[in-house]
Unconditional design. Structure first.
Length: 124
């Protein structure tokens, strides 16, 4: 029984050496079955190249999308800060303080209506 195993192992080693020799020689490239399969292999290769190119394009798009998201967050923060600053400057106390630096102050008297009767008398 051990002789059968040793013969089988020797034949397996010879087959492996024969396979390696066959692959290294390149004879299989000129064989007829490979020539028949060449268009299919070319098509599969073309599809693989398209798949890789599409993955690179998707990666680039995702990278740009991430950049736009960070810019959007920065602009949103800036908008909130500017809106808070605008609201604080619209406060009446702040306006009075800023105007008092120029020597202006709010009026103590309510506004009055001025009538111009000179134009009405000329029409009659």
């Amino acid at each position: 029984m051990s002789t059968k195993k040793s013969k089988k192992l020797n034949s397996d080693k010879k087959e492996k050496k024969g396979l390696i020799k066959f692959l290294m020689s390149g004879d299989y490239l000129a064989s007829e079955p490979l020539e028949k399969q060449l268009p299919f292999i070319a098509w599969i290769t073309f599809l693989m190249i398209l798949y890789i190119a599409k993955n690179y394009q998707i990666d680039k798009t995702l990278y740009e999308l991430g950049k736009v998201k960070t810019q959007n967050e920065a602009l949103k923060t800036k908008s909130i800060v500017l809106n808070a600053r605008k609201i604080s400057t619209m406060n009446l106390d702040y306006c009075y303080k800023e105007l008092s630096k120029d020597g202006l102050k709010p009026s103590d008297q309510p506004p009055i209506k001025i009538f111009d009767y000179s134009t009405e008398t000329k029409d009659k």
